[in-house]
Design a protein around this ligand. Structure first.
Ligand code: FAD
Length: 338
């Protein structure tokens, strides 16, 4: 079992999570229901997590958002997506490890994953969190690990992505990214549209060369750091996306990580109107969300990769996803009855 807290961004990537984390404005959501409140409280319970993990109905229910706990299940899902013409990205749930031993284990794990992907000839990238690789423990160790992973990705003809975590990690993340990217181009980094600083960060990354995955942003941030209103984040996202599309080149891949289909359509239309070459940009979505669109978009000229999370620390991630849409609880009930 890989070490680390279970708070993968995927836990926080949903409107329900946003309600909990507080970066959506009052105008953007309906008041949190009692069901959501109960679920979000439950998501913090380690006792419940342990109880759920032991129950087969819970394991069945979680399958809606995650193909399985072990990397083999994630790679099997990646193989199925590949057959359907979709690429993928895999990531292990976990972050903020507290010891060198844990960080080194995570590095070894991802090296093996890169080799497994190569052995199975899958069109599958890997995405990592720097705090899962020990950024809080020893930044030099973390940088060494990222370098080792990018080198292995390059050797295997693959690519590594670096997630973006809370805003106080942005400088360290971008510094590390720039250092590694200067020697090894097959690495990309995530930027969050909700951060006020992101236009400047994007400019500096574009000037230095680099692949960017743009997302809206999933963490709780103060208003002076991030837009509190979702509408502002959405507007910033499109402005940043058009800037990225204006800077495509053969040595960088521009990625739009979003399930916002209206936004995807605006990006697609903009790329088409500017004759942006196909293959220079992609849309990435999370496993289990907008699945019909994931399969339909490529036929409309939009390449899609599905980000598949795996690992044993799924409980808070899953319950927060339920909290986002209490109607999802019915899937749990159905699983209980099946
Ligand atoms: P939203 O406006 O939140 O959602 C648009 C629409 O998508 C919704 O109206 C709904 O129809 C649908 N939808 C969204 N979520 C769900 C759901 N759970 N179930 C069903 N339908 C749903 N954040 C970070 O901070 N750092 C990262 O490194 C990071 N990496 C990411 C990588 C990828 C590939 C993706 C897709 C997201 C990543 N995120 C990351 C999360 C991101 O910041 C957002 O929190 C998340 O994508 C939700 O925003 P949205 O763009 O989908 O738009």
């Amino acid at each position: 079992m890989l070490a680390g807290r279970s708070d993968n961004f995927a836990i926080a990537d949903t409107p329900g999570q946003a309600l909990d984390e507080g970066w959506w404005s009052v105008a953007d959501f309906v008041p949190m229901s009692i069901a959501r409140t109960v679920l979000l409280r439950a998501s913090r319970s380690t006792w419940l997590a342990e109880q759920f993990r032991r129950r087969s109905f819970a394991r069945r229910a979680v399958r809606r958002f995650m193909p399985g706990e072990d990397v083999g299940a994630a790679l099997d899902a990646a193989a199925s997506f590949s057959t359907a013409g979709l690429g993928s990205v895999v990531t292990a749930l976990g972050e903020r490890v507290t010891t060198r031993a844990e960080a080194e284990e995570v590095r070894r794990h991802y090296i093996q994953v890169l080799d497994d992907i190569a052995a199975r000839r899958l069109p599958t990238h890997v995405s990592v969190k720097l705090t899962h690789l020990g950024l809080d423990v020893d930044p030099a160790l973390c940088a060494e690990s990222v370098r080792a992973l990018v080198v292995r990705a390059e050797t295997n003809g693959n690519m590594l992505w670096i997630d973006m975590e809370e805003s106080h990690y942005v400088d360290a993340t971008l510094d590390l990214y720039r250092h590694v990217r200067a020697e090894h181009p097959k690495v990309g980094v995530c930027l969050q549209a909700y951060l006020r600083r992101t236009p400047n960060d994007l400019e500096s990354l574009l000037a230095a060369g680099g692949s960017v995955r743009l997302v809206k942003g999933a963490y709780r941030e103060p208003a002076e750091v991030a837009f509190p209103r979702k509408a502002d984040t959405d507007a910033a996202y499109f402005a940043l996306a058009t800037r990225m599309l204006g800077a495509t080149s053969s040595d960088r891949l521009q990625v739009f990580g979003t399930h916002d289909l209206a936004l995807v359509e605006r990006i697609r239309a903009h790329a088409q109107s500017k004759s942006i070459p196909r293959g220079s940009w992609e849309v990435h979505m999370l496993y289990g969300i907008q699945t019909a669109a994931q399969r339909a978009l490529p036929t409309n000229g939009v390449p899609v990769r599905v980000l598949i999370s795996y690992g044993s620390h799924w409980f808070p991630w899953y319950v927060r996803r339920l909290a986002e849409r209490p109607a999802n609880v019915w899937f749990v009930v159905k699983s209980l009855m099946s």
